[in-house]
Design a protein around this ligand. Structure first.
Ligand SMILES: Cc1ncc(COP(=O)(O)O)c(C=O)c1O
Length: 869
């Protein structure tokens, strides 16, 4: 094993330079655990009657944890780790909600800082997840937004004490209030907080210092908390593969169990995911807890938290380039860069070179260190190395940082899943060292190149020895190919005003080489352009060329070193990950053919240059950016209603359940007629959806109108009808209740819904058209469906009002609703900040790069390419 360690480059965790991962309780404790393990080496608690002592130890571990989290009468089970504890809690709430509330399409609401295990559980158990961004400053769950996301299918909320990314704590008391009010579960993830957070109070550290690091209530004493996960294998210093999930009461825990009484193998019952379980780990955990005792955990809490706070304080007081994320109360400290010349991920790379193994975070870019007992003595070294790393990153910036590219992207991206699966595949079949930190992932073409195949894996005939992709590759041996693979081709910027959730553009540049090839440079450019036509009345007297603006520009260069040096890349597939936070006021992708054509378009362009006369490779793909309201926006909830009278003939009202709709959705409207004259009836209603394109130019604007869809609804003899109009499928530039506008002077779309009033006017003897007009507002003319009402001679009947009412209350599917919509762009005041807007005013670029960069969250903006004056 020493040889294996040496050959594979296993890091020496005892040097204390690893963030989290290894929670070592000391050499003596290690001996105790090994002895316990040896004693129960082959035991299996699936059969408690054979190993009653193991069963007793498990019960005692759970009981000790319940006491620690102030719920001695509660219930719980052991699991194989934090992830399993979380998945089990998710299953419990799913089954509980199904059994007690009949919920068949369960949903859960989690803050964006919640551990990925919740998403994993939701994916396994088919639960819809609403991920709510945390407050960018406090890094705590946004309670208001979480509340807004609750609906009748919600089964649970999640809060952490402490969260993994930045070690901050959510407001569990406020979450508890919501959970109680809506009678849903609240799981508090204390997997990481484990044996630290329950001891902070006793250690005298719960109040924090200088107004920072305060710990708020989080355990079962908080009203509404129904379950907690606590990892014994983290700060409990137990062997890896152990955790505890606890419930408010045993009745709730019942929903965690799986029981199958009719199995041909006998009655099967198991408390958690695994069937057979390692009794040895339970014995090891029990032994570790006995060994540590309250006193031991109290001491370790004091040491570790003091170490973490000392790091946080030193960063705040003596490293001006960095800032600490939030106010972490326990053992984890995350820090980002506030200096334009310091890329924190490059700092991470420098720290790696100094032997540190930190975690890279992606939203925002940051590094974190989870302090352990091994870190306690390393504070000074850490700070000194960090200061050096910052200096080095400043002096020799390479324009990228690799940590997040490899470690921080692991969410639900299909592309990334493919790449990471390949990487995992390589790790598990031995072709890539898990400890390696390559900047790109190279997957060899053939078996010979998978160099360090371990001897105990089958060399041939194994499923992994010829993957379909390897096979496909062999067909393409002749050609070198360059491809850009996007995680998502469509990027949604959700939210309005300052409340825009940044979105991530990410993916890989894939280079396929059939033979070793010399490469000079691999670059990628992301560029957004806006073009608007010259108004016809201007084109003769002024410059008649269309105006083009560069909206944003960002470039990556993937190969290290100087440009003139070539690199030789092996035959095979090479993936170069990239990512960029998009946010601020980037306009939506739009295009129109009216007025000679106008657009806002984004493109990624990759380029591989090769030395000498060898031909270069190029590839480009469009990227679509769509702005929409945040899923919980009022526009999806506010009802629109108008009422009016056709004098002496008819009173009518039209109600539309919400202002914003999704493409592909069905618009429902409730129309109610009350005849004022005997013999007046309604024969049919015509509805239509109109699109207005408004193009702003230097000297004014042009407007184009068209009906996107229209429909005639025959009226049955009743007072009111629901009528439905199918919206155009796909991503169309539609706005219901408002219009699509192109505002190229400020190159973005401004469909702002205005107050409506309805002025019916008689158009012919038997028909009137109610036409919309805008009472107030700017930029957009507002559309309103024309109600064409034909009086007939039937008397209207009152009927099924209740059903109609129900349809009106139907909540739209927010996921669909926020797809395919353009809307929710910031008001004009914030658009004034668009550099292209300002530059078009000034004709020059006045602001510094850093100023722009900071406001555009990672998007570097260049001035307009052409501003024709
Ligand atoms: C807050 C939090 N929850 C859950 C987990 C998952 O734990 P495990 O890796 O033991 O599955 C972790 C792991 O770091 C964590 O920090």
């Amino acid at each position: 094993m020493d040889t294996m360690d040496q050959q594979s480059g296993t890091l020496d965790y005892r040097r204390g330079k690893i963030s989290g991962a290894v929670y070592h309780g000391g050499d003596d404790l290690e001996k105790v655990i090994v002895a316990a393990y040896k004693h129960y080496c082959v035991s299996n608690p699936l059969h408690p009657s054979v190993f009653p002592a193991v069963r007793k130890m498990e019960a005692e571990i759970v009981a000790m944890c319940l006491r620690l989290y102030n719920n001695p009468n509660g219930a719980g089970t052991m699991t194989a780790g934090g992830t399993e504890s979380i998945i089990m809690a998710v299953k419990t709430y799913r089954d509980w909600a199904r059994a007690t509330k009949g919920i068949t399409e369960p949903e859960m609401i989690i803050p964006s800082s919640a551990h990925a295990a919740f998403d994993k559980g939701a994916a396994y158990l088919k639960i819809k997840v609403h991920t709510i961004p945390v407050d960018p400053v406090t890094r705590k769950a946004d309670i208001k937004r979480m509340k807004r996301a609750i609906n009748t299918n919600t089964i649970m909320l999640v809060g952490s004490t402490i969260n993994f990314p930045d070690g901050n704590q959510d407001d569990i008391v406020a979450l508890g209030v919501l959970a109680s009010k809506y009678n849903i579960g609240l799981h508090v993830d204390c997997c990481l907080g484990s044996f630290i957070v329950p001891y902070l109070e006793k250690a005298g550290l719960a109040e924090g210092s200088n107004g920072k690091y305060k710990l708020y209530p989080f355990d079962f004493r908080v009203n509404g908390v129904t379950s907690i996960s606590c990892d014994t294998h983290k700060y409990g210093f137990a062997p890896k593969g152990t955790s505890v999930v606890m419930y408010k009461n045993a009745a709730l825990r019942r929903f965690q169990y799986y029981v199958y009484p009719d199995w041909s193998g006998g009655v099967y019952a198991s408390p958690s995911l695994s069937g057979s379980r390692p009794g040895a780990l339970i014995a090891g955990t029990w032994a570790a807890m006995q060994y540590m005792g309250d006193k031991g955990y109290l001491e370790s809490c004091r040491d570790i938290v003091t170490c973490a706070r000392s790091i946080a304080d030193t960063i705040a007081s003596s490293i001006p380039e960095l800032y600490v994320l939030g106010s972490p109360p326990a053992s984890v400290v995350a820090f980002g860069s506030k200096h334009p010349k310091v890329n924190i991920l490059e700092v991470g790379d420098m720290m790696s070179k100094k032997g540190w193994h930190l975690n890279g975070l992606s939203g925002p870019p940051a590094l974190h260190i989870a302090c352990t007992r091994l870190t306690v003595t390393m504070v000074d070294t850490f700070i000194a190395d960090l200061k050096d790393a910052i200096k080095e990153a400043k002096i020799t910036p390479n324009g990228k940082g690799t940590m997040v590219a490899l470690y921080g992207l692991g969410n639900s991206s299909p592309l990334l899943c493919e790449v990471l699966s390949s990487k995992m595949h390589s790790i598990f079949n031995g072709s890539v060292s898990p400890a390696s930190r390559e900047q790109h992932i190279a997957i060899p073409l053939n078996e010979e190149e998978a160099s360090i195949q371990p001897s105990f894996l089958p060399q041939s005939g194994s499923l992994s020895s010829l993957s379909p992709t390897d096979h496909d590759m062999s067909k393409e041996k002749e050609r070198a190919r360059l491809e850009i693979i996007l995680e998502k081709e469509c990027i949604f910027l959700k939210g309005t005003g300052v409340d825009v959730e940044p979105a991530r553009l990410s993916g890989h540049v894939a280079l396929y080489l059939s033979e070793s090839t010399s490469i000079k440079e691999i670059t990628l450019q992301f560029r957004g352009k806006a073009r608007l036509p010259v108004p016809s009345h201007e084109s003769i007297s002024l410059n008649s060329a269309p105006l083009t603006f560069i909206v944003c520009n960002h470039e990556w260069s993937f190969l290290e070193g100087e440009k003139r040096h070539s690199h030789t890349l092996k035959a095979g597939r090479h993936f170069f990950p990239f990512q960029l936070q998009l946010g601020g006021s980037l306009p939506s992708t739009v295009s129109t053919t009216v007025f000679g054509g106008a657009f806002v378009a984004y493109k990624l362009r990759a380029h591989v240059s090769r030395p000498g006369l060898s031909h270069n490779l190029q590839s480009q793909i469009p990227v679509t950016i769509i702005r929409s309201f945040a899923p919980e926006a009022l526009e999806y909830q506010q009802t629109l209603e108008i009422e009016n009278t056709w004098p002496e003939k008819l009173m009518y009202s039209i109600m539309i359940p919400h202002k914003a709709w999704a493409c592909g959705d069905t618009v429902t409207a409730l129309v109610k007629f009350s005849p004022l004259l005997k013999g007046v009836g309604v024969l049919n209603i015509n509805t239509s959806i109109h699109e207005t394109v408004k193009v702003y130019t230097r000297t004014g604007h042009q407007e184009h109108n068209r009906a996107v869809a229209s429909m005639k609804h025959e009226i049955m003899p009743m007072h009111y009808r629901i009528f439905l109009t199918r919206l155009v499928q796909g991503i169309a530039h539609l706005w219901i209740g408002s219009i699509l506008s192109f505002c190229f002077f400020t190159p973005t779309v401004i469909p702002t819904l205005k107050q409506l009033s309805c002025n019916p006017s008689q158009q012919s003897s038997n028909q009137f058209v109610s036409q919309s007009s805008v009472k107030s507002g700017f930029q957009s003319r507002t559309w309103w469906p024309r109600q064409s009402i034909t009086p007939g001679n039937r008397t209207l009947q009152l009927s099924d009002y209740n059903n109609s009412q129900e349809a009106m209350q139907r909540v739209p599917d927010y996921q669909i609703a926020s797809r395919g919509f353009i809307g929710g762009v910031p008001p004009l005041t914030s658009l004034r900040d668009l550099p292209s807007y300002e530059d078009s005013q000034l004709g020059t670029r006045t602001r510094s790069d850093s100023d722009l960069a900071s406001r555009f969250a990672g998007v570097s903006l260049s001035p307009m390419a052409t501003v024709a004056e």
